[in-house]
Design a protein around this ligand. Structure first.
Ligand SMILES: Cc1cc2nc3c(=O)[nH]c(=O)nc-3n(C[C@H](O)[C@H](O)[C@H](O)COP(=O)(O)O)c2cc1C
Length: 184
Protein backbone atom coordinates (compact mmCIF):
# COMPACT_ATOMS: atom_id res chain seq x y z
CA UNK A 1 0.00 0.00 0.00
CA UNK A 2 1.39 3.40 -0.93
CA UNK A 3 1.20 6.22 1.57
CA UNK A 4 -0.62 9.26 0.22
CA UNK A 5 1.65 12.30 0.02
CA UNK A 6 0.62 15.79 0.96
CA UNK A 7 3.19 17.91 -0.86
CA UNK A 8 1.32 21.18 -0.38
CA UNK A 9 0.29 20.65 3.24
CA UNK A 10 2.14 21.61 6.42
CA UNK A 11 1.10 20.86 9.98
CA UNK A 12 -0.73 23.79 11.51
CA UNK A 13 -0.42 24.62 15.23
CA UNK A 14 -3.49 23.55 17.21
CA UNK A 15 -3.23 26.81 19.14
CA UNK A 16 -4.13 28.69 15.93
CA UNK A 17 -7.02 26.54 14.75
CA UNK A 18 -9.61 28.98 16.04
CA UNK A 19 -8.39 31.53 13.49
CA UNK A 20 -9.24 29.11 10.67
CA UNK A 21 -12.75 28.43 11.93
CA UNK A 22 -13.26 32.13 12.04
CA UNK A 23 -16.52 32.93 13.81
CA UNK A 24 -18.98 35.69 13.07
CA UNK A 25 -18.46 39.37 13.70
CA UNK A 26 -16.69 40.58 16.79
CA UNK A 27 -19.27 41.75 19.31
CA UNK A 28 -19.26 44.10 22.28
CA UNK A 29 -21.17 42.49 25.14
CA UNK A 30 -22.80 44.86 27.59
CA UNK A 31 -23.73 43.74 31.10
CA UNK A 32 -24.64 45.56 34.30
CA UNK A 33 -23.29 45.03 37.79
CA UNK A 34 -24.43 47.07 40.83
CA UNK A 35 -26.08 49.53 38.46
CA UNK A 36 -22.86 50.10 36.52
CA UNK A 37 -22.77 49.10 32.83
CA UNK A 38 -19.72 47.38 31.37
CA UNK A 39 -18.51 46.37 27.89
CA UNK A 40 -16.50 43.29 26.91
CA UNK A 41 -15.19 42.35 23.47
CA UNK A 42 -16.29 38.86 22.44
CA UNK A 43 -15.69 36.90 19.24
CA UNK A 44 -16.35 33.31 20.34
CA UNK A 45 -20.02 32.87 19.55
CA UNK A 46 -22.19 30.84 17.23
CA UNK A 47 -25.85 30.66 16.19
CA UNK A 48 -27.74 27.61 17.45
CA UNK A 49 -31.29 28.26 16.24
CA UNK A 50 -33.17 30.62 13.92
CA UNK A 51 -36.31 31.68 15.76
CA UNK A 52 -36.33 32.48 18.50
CA UNK A 53 -32.66 33.19 17.80
CA UNK A 54 -30.44 31.20 20.15
CA UNK A 55 -26.73 32.00 20.42
CA UNK A 56 -23.93 30.19 22.24
CA UNK A 57 -21.00 32.21 23.49
CA UNK A 58 -17.88 31.72 25.57
CA UNK A 59 -17.13 34.30 28.24
CA UNK A 60 -14.13 33.42 30.35
CA UNK A 61 -14.62 33.27 34.11
CA UNK A 62 -11.49 35.42 34.43
CA UNK A 63 -13.44 38.32 32.95
CA UNK A 64 -15.44 40.74 35.09
CA UNK A 65 -18.38 40.23 32.70
CA UNK A 66 -18.65 36.52 33.58
CA UNK A 67 -20.01 37.07 37.09
CA UNK A 68 -22.23 39.95 35.93
CA UNK A 69 -23.85 37.68 33.37
CA UNK A 70 -24.10 34.76 35.79
CA UNK A 71 -25.82 37.00 38.35
CA UNK A 72 -28.21 39.03 36.18
CA UNK A 73 -28.64 36.57 33.27
CA UNK A 74 -28.95 39.53 30.89
CA UNK A 75 -26.71 41.08 28.27
CA UNK A 76 -26.73 42.88 24.93
CA UNK A 77 -24.62 41.70 22.00
CA UNK A 78 -23.68 44.89 20.18
CA UNK A 79 -22.20 44.51 16.69
CA UNK A 80 -19.66 47.17 15.79
CA UNK A 81 -18.27 48.05 12.36
CA UNK A 82 -14.62 48.66 11.51
CA UNK A 83 -15.07 52.34 12.41
CA UNK A 84 -15.07 51.22 16.04
CA UNK A 85 -11.95 49.05 15.72
CA UNK A 86 -9.96 51.03 18.29
CA UNK A 87 -12.75 50.84 20.86
CA UNK A 88 -13.21 47.11 20.15
CA UNK A 89 -9.59 46.42 21.00
CA UNK A 90 -9.63 48.80 23.97
CA UNK A 91 -12.69 47.07 25.47
CA UNK A 92 -10.92 43.73 25.01
CA UNK A 93 -7.73 44.93 26.67
CA UNK A 94 -9.21 46.49 29.78
CA UNK A 95 -11.49 45.32 32.59
CA UNK A 96 -14.69 46.69 34.02
CA UNK A 97 -13.15 46.03 37.44
CA UNK A 98 -11.11 49.19 37.05
CA UNK A 99 -12.40 51.04 33.97
CA UNK A 100 -15.68 52.70 33.07
CA UNK A 101 -15.38 51.71 29.42
CA UNK A 102 -18.33 53.78 28.17
CA UNK A 103 -16.64 56.90 29.48
CA UNK A 104 -13.03 55.92 28.73
CA UNK A 105 -13.70 54.91 25.11
CA UNK A 106 -16.39 57.48 24.26
CA UNK A 107 -19.26 55.06 23.67
CA UNK A 108 -22.88 56.03 24.22
CA UNK A 109 -25.30 53.87 26.26
CA UNK A 110 -28.93 53.71 25.07
CA UNK A 111 -31.69 52.10 27.13
CA UNK A 112 -32.67 48.59 26.01
CA UNK A 113 -36.33 47.57 25.93
CA UNK A 114 -36.27 44.05 27.43
CA UNK A 115 -33.09 43.91 29.54
CA UNK A 116 -31.17 46.12 31.97
CA UNK A 117 -27.79 46.38 30.16
CA UNK A 118 -27.67 49.22 27.63
CA UNK A 119 -27.31 49.14 23.86
CA UNK A 120 -24.21 50.83 22.44
CA UNK A 121 -25.50 53.61 20.17
CA UNK A 122 -22.46 53.53 17.85
CA UNK A 123 -22.91 49.83 16.98
CA UNK A 124 -24.88 49.03 13.82
CA UNK A 125 -26.92 46.21 15.43
CA UNK A 126 -27.84 45.31 19.00
CA UNK A 127 -29.30 42.05 20.33
CA UNK A 128 -30.97 42.08 23.72
CA UNK A 129 -30.41 38.65 25.27
CA UNK A 130 -31.32 36.50 28.27
CA UNK A 131 -29.28 33.51 29.46
CA UNK A 132 -31.48 30.43 29.00
CA UNK A 133 -28.86 27.82 29.87
CA UNK A 134 -25.77 28.22 32.03
CA UNK A 135 -25.24 24.51 32.69
CA UNK A 136 -21.94 24.41 30.76
CA UNK A 137 -20.42 27.54 32.29
CA UNK A 138 -18.57 25.52 34.93
CA UNK A 139 -16.87 23.37 32.34
CA UNK A 140 -16.56 25.61 29.27
CA UNK A 141 -17.68 29.11 30.30
CA UNK A 142 -20.38 28.55 27.67
CA UNK A 143 -23.58 30.59 27.91
CA UNK A 144 -26.67 29.88 25.83
CA UNK A 145 -28.53 33.10 25.08
CA UNK A 146 -31.94 33.77 23.64
CA UNK A 147 -32.29 36.99 21.67
CA UNK A 148 -35.41 38.76 22.98
CA UNK A 149 -35.23 41.90 20.87
CA UNK A 150 -33.02 42.96 17.96
CA UNK A 151 -32.18 46.41 16.60
CA UNK A 152 -30.27 47.57 13.57
CA UNK A 153 -29.39 50.88 11.98
CA UNK A 154 -31.20 50.97 8.61
CA UNK A 155 -28.77 53.44 7.06
CA UNK A 156 -25.91 50.89 7.30
CA UNK A 157 -26.90 48.54 4.45
CA UNK A 158 -23.52 46.80 3.99
CA UNK A 159 -21.88 47.00 7.41
CA UNK A 160 -18.13 46.49 7.42
CA UNK A 161 -18.03 44.21 10.45
CA UNK A 162 -14.80 43.07 12.10
CA UNK A 163 -13.84 39.38 12.19
CA UNK A 164 -11.16 38.24 14.59
CA UNK A 165 -8.42 36.02 13.15
CA UNK A 166 -6.35 35.95 16.34
CA UNK A 167 -3.28 37.71 17.67
CA UNK A 168 -4.34 41.21 16.76
CA UNK A 169 -5.41 40.38 13.19
CA UNK A 170 -8.87 41.18 11.91
CA UNK A 171 -10.69 40.70 8.62
CA UNK A 172 -13.15 43.37 7.53
CA UNK A 173 -16.36 42.13 5.88
CA UNK A 174 -16.41 42.80 2.17
CA UNK A 175 -18.56 42.07 -0.86
CA UNK A 176 -21.92 40.30 -0.54
CA UNK A 177 -22.91 37.78 -3.23
CA UNK A 178 -26.22 35.99 -3.67
CA UNK A 179 -26.45 32.24 -4.47
CA UNK A 180 -29.35 29.73 -4.49
CA UNK A 181 -30.09 28.57 -0.95
CA UNK A 182 -32.60 26.32 0.78
CA UNK A 183 -31.92 28.05 4.08
CA UNK A 184 -33.98 31.00 5.25
C1 LIG B 1 -10.92 40.73 19.45
C2 LIG B 1 -11.15 40.17 20.83
C3 LIG B 1 -12.00 39.10 21.00
C4 LIG B 1 -12.23 38.57 22.28
N1 LIG B 1 -13.10 37.52 22.42
C5 LIG B 1 -13.34 37.02 23.66
C6 LIG B 1 -14.28 35.94 23.82
O1 LIG B 1 -14.91 35.48 22.88
N2 LIG B 1 -14.47 35.47 25.08
C7 LIG B 1 -13.80 35.98 26.18
O2 LIG B 1 -14.01 35.50 27.29
N3 LIG B 1 -12.92 37.00 26.04
C8 LIG B 1 -12.69 37.53 24.81
N4 LIG B 1 -11.82 38.57 24.67
C9 LIG B 1 -11.13 39.08 25.86
C10 LIG B 1 -12.00 40.02 26.71
O3 LIG B 1 -12.64 41.00 25.91
C11 LIG B 1 -11.10 40.70 27.76
O4 LIG B 1 -10.61 39.72 28.65
C12 LIG B 1 -11.76 41.84 28.51
O5 LIG B 1 -10.76 42.57 29.18
C13 LIG B 1 -12.81 41.39 29.53
O6 LIG B 1 -13.42 42.54 30.05
P1 LIG B 1 -14.15 42.55 31.47
O7 LIG B 1 -13.12 42.13 32.51
O8 LIG B 1 -14.57 44.00 31.65
O9 LIG B 1 -15.29 41.60 31.40
C14 LIG B 1 -11.58 39.14 23.42
C15 LIG B 1 -10.72 40.21 23.23
C16 LIG B 1 -10.49 40.73 21.97
C17 LIG B 1 -9.56 41.90 21.80
Amino acid sequence: MTTARRPTKRPFPLSKVYGLLEPGPVTLVTTVRDGRPNIMTMSWHTMIDFEPPIVACVISDRNYSFKSLMTTKECVLNIPTAKLAKQVVACGNSSGRRTDKFRAFHLTPLPASRVAPPLIAECYANLECRVIDASLTGRYCLFILQVLKAWRTPSMAQPKTLHHLGRGRFMIAGRTIRLPSKMK
